[in-house]
Design a protein around this ligand. Structure first.
Ligand code: OAD
Length: 236
């Protein structure tokens, strides 16, 4: 069974990198983006996830991210996040690099996490970049400079945080295993990252992404369920 084989590979890995996407948070109750129930099937990303959207229709931008910020207050990590934190603790995982902005890996106890698309738990002024807090953003206070407040996420058209990008590239280049979880692999440049590794490539995803051929193992299934099954074989 393929899960057993993957469990054996992880058991001897000391250098694994995990790349996660929105599908890794779905079992915590966070919608992904491109599934039928995902955000981008409810609202056009061009109207809320671009710099132009922020600058030209701030009320819609603000209302979309306030909904997400408020919703995330009630969200907790799931068993899959906990397994990844444990694999870091026992020395298998050296880095989690994530497209997710929800902070769930850190909430589960992972300490080596790079956020490639920023964080929706941090806020700043769009104009002067001064850091602010959630309360100021939710209550639509302007910055002292008069600028608009926003979450510190990466909008379409903005650069990825360079430090997170460089650290993720370096870790993946030298990884013995790269596990990709819950991403459609549609968004550039993160969708290129896994393939720079010389290590084994594992994909866990609820559905096919069209990139299965580029992986050594494709485990079709939900993130938490699949990680629990792998963990089960690692304990045997
Ligand atoms: P997507 O919504 O594009 O892809 C999520 C993938 O996870 C899909 O292929 C689903 O089939 C799969 N999936 C859903 N539920 C799952 C589960 N329980 N377990 C495993 N897989 C599951 O999300 P991302 O690839 O993360 O960017 O999207 C990339 C970026 O596009 C996001 O970071 C966001 C978005 O625009 C920004 O906001 C900058």
């Amino acid at each position: 069974m393929i899960h057993k084989e993957v469990a054996q590979i992880i058991s001897i890995s000391k250098n694994m990198v995990v790349l996660t996407g929105a599908g890794c948070s779905v079992e915590s109750g966070v919608p992904d983006f491109r599934s039928p129930s995902g955000w981008w099937n409810q609202i056009d990303p061009r109207t809320v996830a671009t710099v132009k959207a922020l600058e030209t229709n701030y009320p819609l931008f603000h209302s979309f991210y306030t909904t997400r910020v408020n919703h995330l207050r009630k969200i907790l990590p799931h068993a899959g996040h906990a397994i990844l934190a444990r694999w870091e603790q026992v020395g298998h995982i050296k880095l989690i690099t994530t497209q997710n902005v929800d902070g769930l890996h850190q909430a589960a106890g992972s300490s080596h996490v790079q956020e490639l698309h920023g964080s929706i738990k941090e806020f700043r002024c769009h104009s002067c970049r001064k850091a602010t807090d959630e309360e100021a953003f939710v209550n639509e206070r302007p910055c002292q400079c008069g600028g608009k407040l926003r979450p510190s996420i990466v909008l379409f058209g903005e650069n990825l945080p360079n430090d997170a990008w460089q650290r993720s590239m370096a870790a993946i280049e030298s990884a013995d295993v790269v596990m990709v979880i819950g991403t459609s692999l549609q968004v550039h440049p993160v969708n290129q990252l896994p393939f720079i590794t010389k290590g084994k490539l594992i994909l866990i995803n609820a559905e096919e992404t069209g990139q299965e051929d580029r992986f050594d193992f494709f485990l079709r299934g939900k993130a938490a369920e699949t990680l629990l099954l792998i963990q089960h074989y690692m304990e045997k």
